[in-house]
Design a protein around this ligand. Structure first.
Ligand code: ATP
Length: 644
């Protein structure tokens, strides 16, 4: 029996080193116990070198061959994992890109990223590892069973008696583990949500001195996860015990085997010894059989663990597939792409509520028109629905009632890329990507020449500063450092970096170039200058003034200089169009616009806060110097600008 214990010790070492079910014998080992028996018979029964040497040489050849095969198999499965991961993430990301904007309002970025990273890795890992283990175990198990049957069908029958028990234990454990894994994923996503929310709003957290509170919320989530981890640990312990019963399972050594397993081994030893003593089997064959039985036990355990492993993956997979299978509620599947686009935009009696708050109408019967060559300004108190109009024109959402038309056709009927080439948007804080300046300007377009990018940059008043950058249009945008910190970096330090961070006015001009390169017929400027300081604002405004007359322009602005020069001013109040007309008409009528202007002027004159976002987060209202140069009621900054 010494050789069996030697074999067991070596096998257990392999298991520990190879992390349990991944390790173990190679497929060539199906033959190894057989030749062990032959070698032992050569020594004990035949006592001849010839009978002994042949199996030993064969064993050596098998060891080399199986090592090679193991390497190839490992490589194939690593490749398979990579491929699966690639396809899964690619498919998932593409599905995400197709979702309507409301989906992103509804789902937290942390949750989405967690699906994209942790869950997909778990799915690919489990699927590829489990297929690997399953195939290997099935092939080996079939080989072992064949050898065992060939040696003694009676002993084989005794050995497989523990099988039904393994099946039941695995099923029970698999279901339970699946449930736990799903819960762990959910709690992890919640914990990530807390961390992300806190970190992204660090200034707010700091200003309310709530660092401790946030740390406690995060810790609470972690504790929840730990509770689930404890349950998982218990479940695993229970499973390891039950699965090792009846087979040559996962014990750490012969002396620590569960009783029933030992009982089975003793029964086989007893009955096998009887067969040897009665001359029905050789001693070497019994040893071979014993080793086969232990190996078969491991195979069966591995097959069972594949089931539970797959269950573990299914928990993560269900969440991944929930996204993969999701059909966008508002798909960008329009087909219209007429050759000519005049750029007439009509809001016809539009009523709109966000999908996350379907019972709160943000816009209520809004109607106005944008005409080519005209500037229309959308003004009104914070939260009145100005940006929501922009979102509808961008086809981010569908209105519940009424229509948003471009050249007489609803915007959602246009081909996605067509609509966004005809309607250009410059937002308040445009996002620049970690790409070169040129790639940022030509973002979303293919086959655009450098010349076109340069022309757009010239129009946007950006060419000069781009040309002065270290690598010109090839300069990389730096996203590693936030703009907040970048503004505080000494210029020299900025210049020693290979990447480049732009000043806000430069960013804004690149964003304007990005909108202009598409030659849009409609240009939306959604508070395009409101986050800038006076000097930057002047630079950007100069760029905008040059291009405004070429398009139908919709300006959402606080600057009086922009607004008062607009051909039409639409005043929105609590989701309704309160009034519209030119600056002079509206001032003469003495309505809301006039009041806003007067309040603004008063605010500046008395040093009171300007009208700003109601939530106080994000856009910061800025106070302006008063000036007598403005025609709009006498208030404004040195450029005649005032803010609503
Ligand atoms: N994605 C969203 N989901 C749900 N509600 C939203 C969403 N975006 C805006 N809202 C709400 O819609 C209302 C109108 O917001 P909107 O941004 O259109 O106003 P606004 O006039 O542009 O305000 P501001 O001048 O502050 O930008 C606000 O009450 C706002 O909280």
């Amino acid at each position: 029996m010494g050789i069996i214990f030697l074999f067991l010790a070596q096998r257990d070492q392999e298991r520990v080193a190879g992390n349990g079910r991944r390790s173990g014998s190679r497929s060539g080992e199906a033959f190894i116990p057989y030749y062990y028996g032959k070698a032992i018979d050569g020594i004990v029964v035949h006592q001849s070198m010839e009978h002994f040497a042949t199996p030993v040489v064969t064993l050596a050849a098998l060891a080399v061959a199986s090592s090679l095969a193991m390497g190839v198999r490992g490589g194939v499965f690593t490749l398979m994992f990579g491929k699966l991961n690639l396809r899964l993430r690619n498919h998932l990301f593409r599905t995400l890109m197709r979702q309507e904007i409301g989906f992103f309002d509804d789902n937290h970025t942390g949750d989405i990223i967690s699906r994209l990273s942790a869950d997909t890795t778990q799915v690919s890992d489990l699927v590829s590892v489990n297929i690997n283990v399953f195939m290997r175990s099935i092939i080996k198990g079939a080989g072992f069973s064949a050898f065992m049957l060939m040696m003694s069908w009676k002993l084989t029958l005794v050995a497989v008696m523990g099988l039904p028990f393994i099946g039941l234990a695995s099923k029970f454990y698999g279901d339970y583990y699946k449930k736990l894994t799903k819960e762990v994923q959910t709690v992890l996503a919640d914990a990530n949500k807390v961390a992300e929310e806190t970190i992204s709003a660090m200034r707010t957290v700091r200003s309310f001195a709530n660092e401790g509170g946030e740390a406690a919320s995060y810790y609470d989530q972690l504790l929840l996860m730990f509770q689930l981890n404890k349950k998982q640990a218990l479940a695993y312990a229970g499973y390891a015990w039950s699965s090792s019963v009846g087979t040559g399972g996962s014990s750490s050594g012969p002396s620590s085997k569960p009783l029933s397993e030992l009982a089975l081994e003793i029964a086989i030893l007893y009955y096998g010894g009887h067969l040897v003593v009665t001359g029905q089997m050789s001693g070497g064959t019994l040893i071979s059989f014993f080793i086969y039985m232990l190996e078969l036990g491991e195979c069966l355990e591995n097959i069972a663990s594949v089931y539970t492993g797959l269950m573990q993956g299914v928990g993560a997979a269900e969440k991944v597939f929930e996204y993969l299978d999701r059909k966008p509620k508002h798909a960008a599947d329009g087909t219209e792409a007429p050759d000519a686009c005049a750029g007439v935009v009509e809001f016809q009696d539009v009523t709109f509520a966000y999908p996350t708050r379907p019972d709160v109408d943000i816009l209520k019967g809004v109607s106005f028109t944008l005409r080519p060559g005209e500037v229309t300004a959308l003004v009104g108190p914070s939260g009145s629905g100005k940006s929501s109009c922009v979102s509808l024109l961008e086809n981010f959402y569908l209105p519940q009632k009424g229509r948003v038309l471009l050249d007489g056709k609803p915007v959602h009927t246009f081909r996605h890329d067509y609509l966004h080439s005809k309607v250009g948007l410059v937002g308040q804080e445009p996002v620049l990507f970690a790409r070169t300046v040129e790639e940022n300007i030509t973002y979303g377009l293919t086959g655009v020449s450098r010349e076109a990018a340069v022309q757009a940059a010239i129009k946007a008043n950006a060419h000069e500063f781009i040309s002065a950058l270290p690598d010109g249009y090839e300069t990389m945008r730096n996203v590693c450092i936030s703009d907040h910190w970048q503004r505080r970096l000494p210029v020299e330090e900025g210049r020693t970096r290979t990447n480049w961070a732009f000043k806000p006015s430069a960013k804004q001009r690149v964003a304007i170039a990005r909108a202009l390169i598409r030659s849009p017929r409609v240009l939306i400027l959604d508070e395009a200058t409101s986050a800038l300081d006076a000097e930057s604002e002047h630079i950007v405004q100069t760029a905008l003034n040059g291009v405004m007359r070429e398009h139908a322009v919709l300006v959402v602005a606080h600057r009086l200089s922009t607004v008062e020069r607009a051909d039409n001013i639409v005043v929105i109040d609590r989701g309704r169009v309160a009034e519209q007309g030119s600056h002079a008409q509206l001032m003469a009528s003495g309505g809301l616009y006039c009041k806003l202007v007067q309040r603004q002027v008063l605010g500046i004159e008395t040093g009171a806060e300007l009208l700003g976002p109601a939530d106080g987060v994000g856009r910061q209202p800025r106070r302006r110097q008063s000036s007598s140069s403005s025609s709009a009621g006498g208030g404004g900054d040195p450029e005649g600008n005032m803010r609503y």
